[in-house]
Design a protein around this ligand. Structure first.
Ligand code: PAF
Length: 273
């Protein structure tokens, strides 16, 4: 992969990169399509990164189907799929990790200790291997996007980081590889994440400025759904990820909810004049 990237550099080809953990959906494909539009070559990685899963998390259950991913990528014209093995990415003994301080402590970082260290480490490694001009990520993982941007900036990485909007199913559910683990009943409950965000947007639109009041209503709506368990609901500053008490200026409303055994995340950015 590195030799190939070096060759593309000597040929003056611009390279767009979409890192994924596979089991692709329209959200990933929207990133690949954007990269195809903006670059000479588009490289997609498929690697289920073990270091971003906690010991009790769903690494073993994470959906995988490389053949299907390859077919989808070929159909839309991606140039290269890079699918290293865990042994190749983390030769033993592996000792080096990248950690973005502060930004990764709250929200998902609180309930998934070590998760973002795994994400930023693997993304740093993938960027060093693929050497893209631009890398594309989805806004659904808002905290991940912020941490990766900060890492690229703090470590003077010579790469542009682009964050593209969340792609949703027609009923509002944010696309995610994990949606495939939901039973039909759970799938219908899962729309509650988006409904809750819309409720928050409506409340703020009508003049509510208290984060606590908005969060309380969101909690109440989710609790009506069977099979759901709230991990967190937070209203934060979209740059620092620090909680905000009074909503004004820009705010990020983010939540994580278990539907059955599957943990889903979603978010919405608001701008209040
Ligand atoms: O968003 C994902 O799919 C993963 O966290 C990423 C960025 C590919 C790193 O493993």
């Amino acid at each position: 992969m590195q030799k190939y990237s070096n060759r593309l550099k000597t040929e003056n080809k611009s390279v767009g990169f979409v890192p994924t953990m596979g089991y692709l959906h329209e959200g990933h494909l929207s990133l690949v399509r954007r990269s195809l539009k903006e670059n000479d070559k588009t490289i997609v990685s498929v690697f289920i990164n073990p270091t971003q899963f906690g010991p009790k998390e769903d690494l073993a259950r994470y959906p995988r189907d490389l053949k299907r991913d390859e077919r989808m990528l070929r159909k839309i014209g991606a140039d290269t799929v890079f699918y290293p093995t865990a042994k190749e990415m983390y030769p033993k003994p592996y000792r080096t990790y990248v950690n973005v301080d502060c930004l990764t402590d709250a929200l998902c970082g609180r309930s998934r200790p070590g998760h973002f260290r795994g994400v930023t480490t693997v993304v740093a490694k993938l960027l060093n291997i693929v050497k893209p001009d631009v890398a594309y990520f989805g806004q659904k993982d808002a905290q991940q996007a912020i941490a990766i941007k900060k890492m690229a900036n703090d470590l003077n990485m010579n790469v542009g980081i682009k964050i593209l909007p969340i792609v949703r199913e027609p009923d509002g559910l944010a696309m995610s590889s994990r949606n495939s683990a939901l039973s039909p009943k759970e799938r219908s409950y899962a729309t509650v994440l988006h409904k809750t965000l819309l409720l928050a947007k409506q409340m703020v639109g009508k003049g509510e400025r208290s984060s606590a009041k908005v969060i309380n209503k969101m909690r109440a709506l989710i609790r009506q759904e069977d099979a759901s368990r709230i991990d967190y609901i937070s209203i934060v500053n979209p740059e620092t990820l620090k909680p905000i008490k009074t909503i004004h200026g820009e705010a990020l409303i983010a939540l994580a909810v278990y539907i059955g055994r599957t943990r889903l995340i979603d978010n919405l950015k608001l701008k209040v004049r």
